[in-house]
Design a protein around this ligand. Structure first.
Ligand SMILES: Cn1cc(CCO)c2c3c(c(-c4ccccc4Cl)cc21)C(=O)NC3=O
Length: 290
């Protein structure tokens, strides 16, 4: 009967975090360890279908990518009662898509230091994914999740005392790349296209010769929206203009920051910076930290 299901036995379902054609994601508390997780429940994909390959890609990617501060952590996956479950780290601050909605609603823009920090953190996640010879292929605001470290939210000093023995500085807000359903290997790619609003034209033309730079392109458009840029089209003239390198300026940010975004969405993948080179860029490098 349904009550013997691992999902119901091991977890207490708190609330729904989102639903899509894939299924639904719930915030759950593990009854034994008391920790909170995000668990996606989806219909078992038809054997041999692209959905099954995507589902397997997602779990393989999580297994290979293991633990990284800027990639959503995977804990477990299982199948039961004609559904697949994946148990991931719960990020308590929503996604960058929620953030973009908020900026559009309030007209309050992030200071350049904050938006540079977001780009720096996500670039660290991308560098890690690319270093494993994998590519994400669906980088977009809805797939970048935010985790606010409650300990550090009161006063930044508190974090320092507690981790004085550790070398590294604890971040109060962590940005994490999630939804690895489109992840594939750089070498033998089986590309399942992500959201066309964020894809470069070479991917749509099935040119997979430089996949890591496709992630850079998508990250450039993602940051354009976080910076208050207009809503991105799925097609049409603006879609093509952007891919001809005509990215509108973000008036609230410096010339240098705008030049970085424009370099990330260059038509020719070779002209886009790698994730590693973004991390060495002085405009983004966090002040004073190596
Ligand atoms: C819609 N939605 C909202 C959230 C919480 C944001 O504060 C969320 C999460 C995830 C996911 C997710 C995405 C793709 C695959 C599996 C999962 Cl659990 C979806 C999420 C995930 O892996 N971790 C999340 O926090």
């Amino acid at each position: 009967d349904i009550n013997t299901s691992r999902y119901n036995e091991e977890f207490h379902e708190v609330c729904c975090l989102g639903v899509g054609e894939y299924g639904g994601v719930h915030k759950c508390i593990h009854r034994l360890d008391g920790c909170t997780y995000a668990i996606k429940k989806s219909k078992t994909p038809v054997a041999g279908s692209v959905y099954e390959r995507n589902a397997l890609n997602e779990v393989y990617a999580h297994a290979v990518l293991g633990k990284h501060p800027h990639v959503v952590r995977y804990y477990s996956a299982w199948a039961e009662d004609d559904h697949m479950y994946i148990q991931n780290e719960y990020c308590n601050g929503g996604s960058l898509a929620d953030f973009v909605d908020e900026i559009r609603r309030t007209g309050c823009f992030l200071p350049e230091t904050e938006i540079s920090h977001i780009l720096y953190q996500v670039a660290q996640g991308l560098r890690y994914i690319h270093s494993q010879n994998l590519v994400h292929l669906d980088i977009k605001p809805g797939n970048i999740f935010i985790h606010r470290n409650p300990k550090l939210m009161q006063s930044p000093e508190s974090g320092l005392e507690s981790c004085e023995e550790e070398e590294e500085f604890e971040e109060a807000i962590l940005y994490k790349i999630g939804d690895l359903g489109h992840v594939t290997a750089v070498s033998n790619p089986c590309v399942e296209e992500g959201d066309c609003r964020y894809l470069p034209c070479e991917i749509l033309a099935e040119d997979f010769s430089n996949l890591p730079k496709a992630d850079i392109f998508s990250l450039g458009l993602t940051m354009f929206e976080v910076g208050g840029g207009c809503e991105l089209p799925k097609n049409g003239d603006l879609w093509h203009d952007i891919r001809e390198g005509k990215l509108p300026d973000l008036p609230h940010y410096s010339k240098e920051f705008n030049l970085i975004l424009r370099s990330m969405v260059q038509k020719n993948p070779q002209d886009r910076p790698s994730a590693l080179s973004l991390l060495q860029c002085p405009v983004l490098c966090p002040q004073g930290r190596k």
